[in-house]
Each structure stands twice: as C-alpha cells, then as structure tokens.
Design a protein around this ligand. Sequence first.
Ligand code: ARG
Ligand code: ZN
Length: 418
Amino acid sequence: SSCLIIALSAVCVLSSNKPFHGHKVLRIKPTSYEQIKTLTDLEHDLQLDFWHLPHVDNDHMDVRVAPKFVQHLNNTLRKLKLDFEELIVDVQVLVDRETKSNRKRRAIRELEDYTKHFLSYSEINSFLFQIVNLVPTAELININKTNERRDTYVIKLGTPMGRWKPAIFIDAGIHAREWIAPATAINFIYQLAINPTRDAVITDLLRKFDFYIAPLVNADGYEHSRSSTSNRLWRKNRSRAANSHCIGVDINRNFGYEWNPAAGGSSQPCSDLFSGAFKFSEPESRNLRNFMLSKKPDLKGYLTLHSYGLYWLYPWGFSDTATAVDDNKLRAIARTSVNAMSKQYTIGASAKVLYVAAGGSDDYAKAVAGIPYSYTVELPPSSSAFNGFILSESKIPEIAQDTLKGLKAYAYSIHDYI
Ligand code: ARG
Ligand code: ZN
C-alpha cells in the first residue's frame, strides 16, 4: 500500500489513523426480497457493512461502503433501479467527533463518574472491584478468559433472603461496536448496587431476585473498537481463523442451539457475521454458556443488551416459521416492559420482526439453558437514526434511565409468572 512506499511520512500515519475516511453510509429502499438478496450477496466483494437490514415492507437498509467501492455499489443500485440517499457522507468525521468529545472527558474521580462515560475494559474492571468492596452482598464471578486472555466478570447483586430466589441474567457487549450496551449495564449495576435515590422498587426487586450482570462479554472486540488506530466499527471477537487472514467470529451467531451459518450468519471468516468454524468455537460464547448452565435452576430471565434500533425481541431467531410455545406470554412480557419506557420500542419474535439469525445467545438461553423469559434488547438510537453506533456520551444517562424503567417492569412482569 501507499504506507509502505511513503513509510514514516506524515501522510501515512494520518491515513492509517483514519480508516473510515471517505466511507459512506447509504440508506437504500429495497422493494423486493430479490433486491435485498442481491445486495447482501455483495457483502464480501464490496466489503459492505450492513448497519440496518430491512425486515418489513417499506423498511430501509443502511450500509457502509468504502470509497473504492462506492462507484461499484452506485452502479449496482442503478441497475436494480433502487432509490437511495447518502445518510453519512464521511463516517470518519463522525468517528473523529466522537473521539474528540471522549478525550475531553475529565478524570474519573467518584464512583458515579463511571456511569457517564464509555469506559475502557480496565475502567470497567476497576468499577466492578470498587462495587464489590463497597457492597457486602455483591459478589464477583470470573467466568473465564477471552481469546486474548482478558478475564470476563459477572457481578451478582441481590439481598440474601435465606431461601431460594429466582435470578435474572443481563449481559452486554457481545458486539464490540455497540458501546451503549456496556454503558447501560454499568448504569444498571450502579443503580442496583448503590441505589443512590433509595428507590423502593429497587429495594423490593433485590429482595425478589438475584441479578447477575456481565457488562462486557467481548472485551477483546470492544478494546479493538476503542483503539484509535484500529476499527471503531468492529463487531466480532478477535480470534484467528485457521485458513484465512481474516479475524473474528460473530459471538451472536456462535451459540449452539440450531447453529447454522446459512441462516443469517456466514461460513466466511471475512464476513462480519461469521458464525465460527463450529458451534461454540469461541471462548466468549462458551463463557456465557457455562455461566448460564451453572445457574440453570435459578435463572428465569435473560436480557442481552445490544444496539441499535429500539427492539425488544424474543425467540425464536433461528427461523421465521418457528413460534415459541409460550409466544403469547413472551409478547405480553415484552409489551409490559416497553410500555414502561418513553422510547418507542418494537416488540416481536426476532426472526419475524427483524431478520433470521441462528446461533444467538437468546435462543440458546431459552432452548437449552432453560431460561423461559429470554430477550434481546436493541437499545437506542432508533433504526432511522443516522449515526447508529456512534453516539455522544451525553446520551448515556437518559438512555440508561429509560432502559432501567424497562428492566423494572420486566422483572415484575416475569415475577408474576414464576
Ligand atoms: N441484532 C442482533 C444480531 O444480529 C439480533 C439478534 C436477535 N436474536 C437472534 N437469535 N437472532 O445479532
Ligand atoms: Zn448486536
């Protein structure tokens, strides 16, 4: 590349630090399934990154494309007679703006400061260690290491009652670039552990349930998305495939229930949706699986936090023709949960309202780990937002507070069914 030729020159350093320079996000309005298929089939050749896939009639598709493929994609769209608009003219401009605002942040001094920022892996750990030092009933469980040997933690929060209690498991950060998810999980931990407003609902819920929260499942991918010299839009983990130069498996395609790369995943290591060479090939998915199974009789609820789009989804994800036997109950709980929030969430079986994707943690939780009330929560912004994954830190408190309302309603709702 040009970097080799002009090694050490400022231009080289600059361009390697600006990986999304000239990258565009196009909003496309497909009108048929064939058009959608033609476009998703180009993922590999044109190095496309789908930010939003259409799920119902009249929905749109958002796709990031590198400058060298813009022309090719434009031609394809013209051939398909497809309407589109340029949603983001230059992704790098957004990334730079985000980096700049994050750099301006003042040092973390108090515990509460941790709830206001996109934290690093080590900051998340410091936060967790401080919480368990401060709160006698809080417990830290190390659920094992990631590919790059980072320890992964689950924190247990709940008031011991001297009898059996049902438990709710919440995880975040399965996908690296979805930064608002770990930030929301950190806020949940802070609110539940410290209860700064002495909220009677929180006190009550801690007596009814034990909460297990894993704020950062895919720490390797997350750190990769944070490093200014790498890829802010990284989604997968960081494992090396055997026969490819490409890195990473999509952890939410790697779980072992109805695992199938052909159903919304990929068997190509270079794809952003690579399902892995086989089910549970990845330490990150195995860590979650082992934890879920170790708490099997206790766990009644599971929320896996993702972004973005404002969806509160339930199984099944592996097929859009399969319907859970308790579909009505799942929908009622979802309805109750989203009604408690001010944001307008879409609810439904994930393969029916979003897209088919086999190998998700939610399906595994319900089908194999025996957690009856299993949900994938796609946090803000809405699917029509233009900035998707790249969100100002100033949005964290309102999103976390709104989602906490959803969590409370969810917990009460499932309590009625246990
Ligand atoms: N956006 C999530 C993903 O693509 C949705 C997962 C929904 N669950 C599922 N099992 N498909 O991974
Ligand atoms: Zn996700």
